[in-house]
Design a protein around this ligand. Structure first.
Ligand code: ADP
Ligand code: MG
Length: 721
């Protein structure tokens, strides 16, 4: 609104008056910075969340519940009530006819000056959502503007939709809008960096046209246009999203191209160790494994750093590929680091590789955060003097103080667990130690659109088939109420020689509670299977060895428990999600998941993937507690109906959005702000094509640099990899 603006209540704090101008300015700058706005270009790209319509004023007599409107009336009552809680209640009435049409205004937080402004007899314009209250229609916390004396219509209505921006404490919509309006006059901000030929071919709006439209939509939009505006499908939005996706593509592709001109050690010597491993394996590689090994082997043989993502569903056999890649480096006289996200998994890799490599001249080192000081020192020394060539561990591998003078290959298992932020940390570490080849492995398949957007800088290999002889896992959904039946069922299976994982969820708010839950479950099951247990019907339960595994155990105890389970001495292993990733015990064929409704889809799929690895028929029993929330219900349905990791990941993306899937939500890595790779797939494909085209010419490259600068500024490095 131009003349007199609607104030939102409560009124935003203002800097104390009388302060020098400079102070106000720096306060404003600080508040803008909190929104990530540091440059004029950022202000222009601070786009409205939505719009409010102050262009028409709906008469009080025509209000109906459920819509957000602007209306006017005269204040006829104003009082503070204390029941059921403190609130200020006003009534406004239309002064036009005698049939009294009133609207209640309700404020739960309010200030004396607001009460003063809405004195009885004042004519006021209000904006908010109309609701059906106890005593007729009402608005809670409406925005309002005092129009003055009872009869005067002295303030014209706005002639455009009013943008509502994301903002922060102390920064009002009006101040923000004013700052934005100012930069929308700057030539540099409005300059169109996408070459005209591209714009024409892609039928795109002009940059300045799109910005102006979104910050101040013209009056008299058709209903269709309004809908497109709020659905963000309007051509103005399309232009913004196209540029955002284009910048992401340009940034990743330029980085990928730059990688091709950097140098890494070419690992040309092939044969001695890799062949030895292939010969001693108890199985032959599947065609899918052979194919990816060939791709990786080729990469490693080139003098260009490899950045390859190896994808393969849970159980597809990625570890042996990692081992082959590691040996390729070792047979070339180089060092390798293999990083896993958890101690247990690192430990398992260490054991598996030790067994596979037994008798071969390859010295391994095991490095995690829980080694004693002297063990740690010893490990570092062996790596530093080059005696040990293969380091296996957790992220402790990539901390300061670890030197591997001949490091040429870094392998990251279950890389999705590390998230984008750690991938970047690894990248930086890689830069320090010169160019190393990087092999990232993940069982969480990245849906095509995400792969195209966030992983466009990586090469991808996929193991698209499981080793032969796997039996599909049968999934059962069982209400917690029928738990006793499941206990008996599991007892029978264990007695028949199958082993069982019984997983209880991590309670996020409290690790202590999680441990308690695991402990209680362990005690319950240990008692049931101590040899004297009976079912409710009096049928004796078998005597079983029950174990407990959780993240807080001493590493040595964890190791001992896991070993006992691997050896078959523990029949039933109660565990927290420490076993979620990568653990491989072929004889385990039953997985019970307690409170499955609390788990995410990727987690459930990973957990289920722990069974179905041996020749025995496998079961995954998901215990759930009713009532189920909508999302939980949806997740359980997806996991019940699907075995294919790709489909599950796709559904996960649909349910959760890309942020969490990328593990970037907490990392502060800027994801896309406006575009959504899944929903805007068509735009993404166009942006990818245009990026390829631009990067072929000199002018295109110049345009790319300008675009990247406009959108990312100093954040550009986040999109390197
Ligand atoms: P993931 O891809 O989930 O990391 P693993 O590497 O742990 O899978 O492999 C799962 C199991 O399959 C392991 O026991 C492994 O030894 C076995 N395996 C791997 N490749 C083959 C193959 N070609 N034939 C038979 N078994 C295999
Ligand atoms: Mg694995």
């Amino acid at each position: 609104m131009a003349a007199g603006t609607l104030r939102s209540s409560p009124i935003a704090a203002r800097p104390a008056s009388g302060k020098p101008r400079e102070d106000k300015r720096s306060l404003l700058v600080a508040r803008l910075a909190r929104l990530g706005i540091v440059r004029e270009a950022d202000l222009a790209l601070h786009l409205p969340l939505r719009y409010e319509d102050y262009t028409t004023c709906v008469p009080l007599t025509q209000l109906c519940a459920g819509v957000s409107v602007c209306t006017e009336g005269v204040v006829t009552a104003s009082e503070v009530r204390y029941r059921p809680r403190r609130q200020w209640v006003c009534a406004i009435e239309s002064g036009e006819d005698n049939s009294v049409t009133a609207l209640t205004l309700r404020f739960f937080t309010f200030y004396p000056n607001q009460q003063k402004a809405l004195a009885i007899g004042t004519r006021v314009r209000v904006f908010g959502e109309v609701r059906d209250g106890h005593f007729g229609l009402e608005m809670v916390h409406p925005k309002f503007m005092v129009l003055g004396a009872a009869a005067g219509y002295d303030v014209p209505l706005s002639n455009r939709l009013t943008p509502i921006y994301p903002t922060t404490a102390g920064l009002s919509q009006e101040v923000l809008a004013k700052q934005i309006a100012k930069v929308l006059q700057r030539e540099a901000v409005l300059r169109d960096d996408v070459p005209e030929a591209v714009r024409r071919q892609e039928v795109l709006w002009n940059w300045s046209q799109a910005l102006h439209f979104l910050h101040a939509p013209p009056p008299e939009l058709s209903g269709e246009e309004q809908a497109a505006l709020s659905a963000r499908t309007h051509p103005a939005w399309q232009r913004i999203k196209f540029d955002e996706l284009l910048v992401q593509q340009l940034s990743l592709k330029r980085h990928k191209a730059a990688r091709a001109s950097r140098r890494a050690e070419a690992l040309n010597h092939c044969g001695t160790l890799t062949d030895a491993l292939l010969q001693r394996l108890p199985f032959t590689l599947t065609a899918a494994q052979q194919h990816v090994w060939k791709e990786i082997g080729n990469d490693l043989g080139r003098a260009v750093p490899m950045h390859r993502l190896l994808q393969g569903d849970v159980g597809s056999g990625k570890t042996v590929i990692a081992a082959l890649a590691a040996l390729r480096a070792v047979e070339n006289g180089r060092q390798v680091a293999l990083m896993a996200p958890t101690e247990i998994l690192a430990e398992q890799h260490y054991h598996k590789l030790s067994a596979w490599l037994d008798g071969l001249p390859v010295r391994l080192v095991w490095l995690t955060g829980t080694l004693t000081a002297s063990q740690h020192k010893k490990a570092l020394e062996r790596l530093a003097d080059g005696e040990a060539v293969l380091a296996i561990g957790t992220h402790a591998l990539f901390q300061k103080g670890v030197t591997m003078p001949n490091l040429t290959l870094a392998i990251v298992d279950e890389q999705h667990r590390f998230g984008v932020a750690q991938r970047l940390a690894l990248r930086d570490r890689g830069a320090e130690v010169e160019e190393v080849h990087q092999l990232m492995m993940s069982a969480t398949p990245i849906p095509r659109t995400l792969a195209m957007s966030f992983y466009a800088d990586l090469d991808v290999s996929v193991i698209d088939a499981l080793p032969p002889g796997r039996r599909p896992v049968t999934t059962r959904l069982v209400n917690q109420k029928r738990r006793a039946e499941i206990v008996a069922h599991v007892g029978k299976r264990c007695a028949d020689g199958a082993q069982t994982y019984w997983v209880c969820p991590l309670i996020e708010e409290s690790e202590k509670l999680s441990l308690q839950a695991a402990q209680t479950l362990y005690e319950e099951l240990a008692a049931a299977f101590d040899g004297n247990g009976k079912t409710a019907e009096g049928v004796p339960l078998p005597k079983l060895e029950v174990g407990l595994l959780h993240g807080r155990m001493k590493p040595a105890d964890k190791k001992a428990t896991m070993e006992a389970f691997v050896r078959g001495r523990i029949h039933l292993l109660v565990a927290t999600t420490v076993i979620e990733v990568g653990v491989d015990v072929p004889n385990a064929s039953t997985m019970v998941i307690e409170h499955a409704e609390r788990f995410g889809l990727a987690q459930l799929h990973q957990l289920r993937g722990r069974v179905g690895r041996g020749s025995r028929e496998s079961q995954c029993i998901l215990l759930f507690e009713t009532p189920l929330g909508a999302t939980a219900k949806e997740r359980l349905k997806v996991i019940f109906e699907n075995n294919d990791g790709f489909e599950i990941a796709r559904q996960d993306l649909r349910i959760r959005g890309p942020g969490e899937l990328l593990g970037a939500r907490q990392s502060g890595v800027p994801l896309l702000r406006f575009a959504d790779p899944e929903r805007d797939e068509a735009l993404l494909e166009r942006a990818s094509r245009v990026a390829d085209r631009l990067l072929k010419t000199k002018e295109g490259e110049t345009a790319a640099i300008a675009l990247i600068d406009r959108w990312l500024g100093d954040k550009a490095e986040f999109f390197k990899a």
